[in-house]
Design a protein around this ligand. Sequence first.
Ligand SMILES: [Ca+2]
Ligand SMILES: [Ca+2]
Length: 328
Amino acid sequence: MGTVCFSWHLCLFFALLFTGRFAGGNGVPDADECTEGTDDCHIDAICQNTPKSYKCICKPGYKGEGKQCEDIDECENDFYNGGCVHECINIPGNYRCTCYDGFMLAHDGHNCLDVDECLDNNGGCQQICVNTMGSYECQCKEGFFLSDNQHTCIHRSNEGMNCMNKDHGCAHICRETPKGGVACECRPGFELAKNQKDCKLTCNYGNGGCQHTCDDTDTGPVCGCHQKYALHSDGRTCIEKDEAAIESSEYNATSVADVDKRVKRRLLMETCAVNNGGCDRTCKDTATGVRCSCPVGFTLQPDGKTCKGQLLFALQCIICFQRYQHWM
Ligand SMILES: [Ca+2]
Ligand SMILES: [Ca+2]
């Protein structure tokens, strides 16, 4: 008699029979409310069938008990900012990072990198293009000065005290006054210095030359970095800290970082065709991603992927089968 359960499949068969005939108490096999669509799980929840009932679990990116699910606002924490170094935009079930003008999103979807404008058509500069963090500038060769459009160069002349004169001294834009003199102006995002000629950079132009954060001070822009990064000795660039440095940092970002990791994982396109969608057992492609399920006797774990067998179930199987044989 004890040898009958040696075959797991045979055991499973009788277990199915048992749950159908006796476990329900009414002899009716378990109904799959999830397949039938009779569950009351929230639209943003995953329905999971259980013996005699079902469970509702909010999809990743949502919080709640399953009957009600609410989008997690990953951008809510201003300090962490969803891990985005510039701007964080919350969207239902997810979030995305964007960068200021002059920057592009890195492959990690969070960091922002400087765009080298000079690589494309010399940045539109007639003579020399110099790439800078968050921006670029055109320069002119000896004997020329930059015109008001900041891209073309004008040959200098020595005649008169007008803007064509090489000694006008304006760092950016030169304007001729009605009296025949010159007045200097600065490009947007710059402020005219006290000497009325030089232009002071502010955070409003090319993020003040900072890769991540920029703060205007009396002495000019001061750069800072997102908490996962450290400021490079150049005072502008941000370098990723190693894992150990993050862990030992004062800020305890565990919970937020976990949310971030979860979303990052979801950003990767998951399909059943690749690695069975990460599912332990059955994988099904749905409009909202992959859906894993487990055979009878196994429970889908909170990670939505792993199936865990019930040890008691195996014991119950043997006992139930013995009883079943006895009743027969
Ligand atoms: Ca969200
Ligand atoms: Ca640039």
